[in-house]
Write a protein that binds this ligand. Structure first.
Ligand SMILES: Nc1nc2c(ncn2[C@@H]2O[C@H](COP(=O)(O)OP(=O)(O)O)[C@@H](O)[C@H]2O)c(=O)[nH]1
Ligand SMILES: [Mg+2]
Length: 367
């Protein structure tokens, strides 16, 4: 285990879905969750949590050290300040956390600029209050801001937004070098998409381990979320993506989409769905994924549905579910954890990724 991992406390609601989601988000940044505090009504009162919970938190902090408090809701500047002041720990609200995840997954120049823009948009409504509070005394998260005059800081943010907006206009016209290089090498790309918690990273690790590309080359290890793997003796680039997140504020949608830009250029997209969830949840999530993929102009023929976490259901229930979900095609059923269905998945990948490509190449060569 990585000893540099940051320790965090997560403050979230009592809803099991929300808890599961925030933990997956936090873990995707490789933070270690040292404690979870749940609160029925999140974001109220002076500190965003009730007084009883605050005392519990302070008591716990006497014997434990953490790097951040992660607050699973939007938290106003004054509540962030109050909570940081009383705990002397940096407070990161849900939006700040998501921006950090986007930051880590923004590969293209455009995606980086979109994330930067979303960060500035996050700051704008907070700027005045933040500077005002910073002048009252230094707190974690407010350091250094106190030296600014409110209007100067505000104008500075505005100016940076306008610069980035201009840059974005230029960049979107240019093609991405990295992608061009990949295309020129004739590499096929396989991308993993789906909601947070559907098992993308687990499948990514499984495929990267089982089908590891042992040849040394430019694309052997590109980044923590990109691997080159071998499928039927052909090199395939595997991409893990940010994943869909519930309750995403509108100003983040563009940044989110830009982190998914790579999907447009992928040869095949595995859309992961957690089959252990209720049918109504599966249907809602599937619909949201489809809508966003359509907006990105990803053709349906490039999407293969992967029902994951089959190991969590008893055999009879799994069969029943598969029957109920039969209209969602084409699909495979797997468990990224146990490896169940991996053989079938690989057959599909070969057929769709390698087979199709070979046909294309033959066509290209014919006069
Ligand atoms: N039981 C079970 N758990 C799984 C499976 N795949 C992923 N998980 C778990 O689901 C959680 C989220 O997985 P992760 O790969 O991080 O999802 P991501 O957000 O889509 O990248 C983790 O706790 C995984 O261990 C599976 O096939 N079966
Ligand atoms: Mg992941």
């Amino acid at each position: 285990m990585n000893s540099n991992r940051k320790n965090v406390i997560v403050i979230t609601s009592k809803d099991p879905y929300s808890i599961k989601e925030i933990l997956t988000l936090v873990e995707s940044l490789d933070y270690n969750v040292a404690k979870i505090i749940t609160q029925k009504r999140l974001g109220y009162g002076k500190y965003g949590i009730g007084y009883g919970k605050l005392l519990e938190l302070k008591e716990w902090l006497k014997n434990n050290k953490v790097d951040f408090i992660i607050f699973d809701e939007k938290l106003s500047v004054s509540k962030t300040y109050n909570l940081a002041k009383v705990t002397q720990i940096l407070v990161m609200d849900r939006e700040r956390l998501i921006l950090n995840i986007f930051n880590e997954r923004a590969f293209t120049e455009e995606a980086k600029l979109q994330v930067k823009l979303a960060e500035l948009k996050y700051e704008i409504p907070r700027a005045r209050e933040k500077v005002r509070l910073a002048k009252l005394g230094e707190q974690p998260g407010f350091y250094g801001l106190g030296k600014y005059e409110v209007d100067v800081y505000f104008r500075d943010l505005k100016r940076r937004i306008s610069i980035i907006t201009k840059k974005l206009k230029k960049v979107s016209k240019r093609r991405n070098l990295y992608r061009e290089r990949r295309e020129s090498l004739g590499l096929r790309t396989l991308a993993l998409a789906g909601y947070t918690g559907s098992g993308k990273t687990t499948l990514f690790n499984l495929l990267a381990k089982e089908y590891k590309d042992t040849h040394r080359g430019v694309f052997t290890t590109l980044s923590p979320v990109t691997r080159s793997i071998m499928i039927n003796a052909k090199k395939v680039l595997l991409l893990d993506t940010v994943g869909f997140i519930e309750r995403l504020p509108p100003y983040m949608i563009e940044a989110f989409k830009s982190t998914l830009e790579e999907l447009i250029y992928s040869n095949l997209i595995l859309l992961l769905i957690d089959i252990s969830e209720d049918n109504s949840v599966i249907m809602r999530k599937y619909k949201t994924c489809q809508e966003i993929l359509n907006e990105l102009n990803v053709s349906n023929s490039k999407i293969l549905l992967v029902f994951n976490k089959a190991d969590l259901l008893p055999k009879e229930e799994l069969e029943l579910k598969v029957k109920l979900l039969r209209k969602y095609e084409p699909r495979v059923i797997i468990s990224a954890k146990s490896g169940f269905g991996l053989g079938t998945l690989m057959e599909e990948l070969e057929k769709r990724l390698i087979g199709e490509k070979i046909l294309e190449e033959i066509k290209d060569r014919s006069p």
